[in-house]
Write a protein that binds this ligand. Sequence first.
Ligand SMILES: *[C@@H]1O[C@H](CO)[C@@H](O)[C@H](O)[C@H]1NC(C)=O
Ligand SMILES: *[C@@H]1O[C@H](CO)[C@@H](O)[C@H](O)[C@H]1NC(C)=O
Ligand SMILES: *[C@@H]1O[C@H](CO)[C@@H](O)[C@H](O)[C@H]1NC(C)=O
Ligand SMILES: *[C@@H]1O[C@H](CO)[C@@H](O)[C@H](O)[C@H]1NC(C)=O
Length: 415
Amino acid sequence: MKCFCLIAFLATVIAQSYSDLGVEATSSDGFVSRNGVQFILDGKPFYANGFNAYWLTYEATDPDTRFKITYALQNATCHGLTIARTWGFRDGGYRALQTAPGSYDELTFKGMDFAIAEAKRLGIKMIITFVNNYSDFGGRKQYVDWAKSKGLNVSSDDDFYTNPLIKQYYKNHVKTMVNRVNTFTKVAYKDEPAIMGWELMNEPHCRADPSGKTLTAWITGMASYVKSLDSKHLLTTGLEGFYGDSSPQKKNSLNPAAANVLGTDFIANHNLDTIDFASVHSYPDLWFPNLDEKSRLDFLKNWLEGHLEDAQNILKKPLILGEFGKPSNTPGYTQAQRDAVFNVTFDTIYASAQKDGPAAGALFWHLISDGMNNFKDALAIVLSDKTSTVNIIGQQSRKLRLIGGKRKLNRKIKT
Ligand SMILES: *[C@@H]1O[C@H](CO)[C@@H](O)[C@H](O)[C@H]1NC(C)=O
Ligand SMILES: *[C@@H]1O[C@H](CO)[C@@H](O)[C@H](O)[C@H]1NC(C)=O
Ligand SMILES: *[C@@H]1O[C@H](CO)[C@@H](O)[C@H](O)[C@H]1NC(C)=O
Ligand SMILES: *[C@@H]1O[C@H](CO)[C@@H](O)[C@H](O)[C@H]1NC(C)=O
């Protein structure tokens, strides 16, 4: 086991927390909470660098491949990465979590238990998503198909947001998840501080209603439901952050044109008391395939700054960049281009965090471990490759952690 960097890292953290003892009366239950535009952990502002690893439960389902979770999370902490975003679903199909509405595969659930237990052991906070927009691993299409197979007259995947039976299926999944008692830690998910928060859906879209109202109504209902069962955890939407009718100017100046039919509204969808922080994703390469690299970087900076401004002034909540990356299959791709994307992203997050702003962290898409070639795609990052991007990731982790560790609780909380 290569634990040297881990020990060095922990020593720094411990030294740092001792030097801060007595700074502030704190609740130290280990849950991430929020105060105004900042996250709070154990009485201090919480800023953290993180990653996506959607495959954790899948690989943990088979006890023989569980070491991959341990390796990946261990190496992540070596690079100071302490937030992991992962899928809390696999609806139907191979290694399903939910095999049919309300039926769960215990082996797969034990896989998720293991991933959470390892994150807890290693000091990583998890953001867990309840369902997918896309049909990968089931998603809302699977929910609609389940309803169809019960003889319901549902025609479009967007009936997911309005059909009472499908909404009930979703609620049942939420209920099963939050009440699940982890077989390794014996702690119910709803009482587990290693879980930082829940996400309603990965990248929800609703083309059936481009006004965004259908999605806002669904988010309103489901967010209240989550909160009625679990009051300890934070909640967000999982949106990419496309603007809608609540912000005509930004809809016009910032949205990729193709996003205007997706039925999302960054402000309306997040401006609810039950939503604790804002979710944004950023993929200029996919959204603007014909732009040059410089223009894409300019977009990236404007996109992030635009949302941070709204999180600060309108939503008054923290913001997490839930996904970003630079695909290696973009024509003309170089490692330096990927570095530039990470630099611009991280610098924008850091600039906000440094002045007590709402940016709490950015989670790159996506982390895999050695020997996971089946998950290696154009966005995969292997930390042991020791690329320049990996160095940039480690630097950002240190910078963010220093802000969180050194700073007292925000002087004046605006409400
Ligand atoms: C979101 O999911 C729906 C339903 O599966 C799909 O039709 C739509 O294409 C997805 N959105 C995008 C941008 O792919
Ligand atoms: C199913 O719903 C569609 C419209 O949503 C309607 O046109 C059709 O007549 C319905 N079919 C049945 C069998 O109720
Ligand atoms: C990224 O930032 C680092 C310093 O933080 C710098 O050394 C490096 O040259 C930058 N790379 C690019 C491509 O901007
Ligand atoms: C992760 O850590 C293990 C041992 O701790 C090591 O063998 C492996 O190479 C590392 N993998 C990555 C992706 O860094």
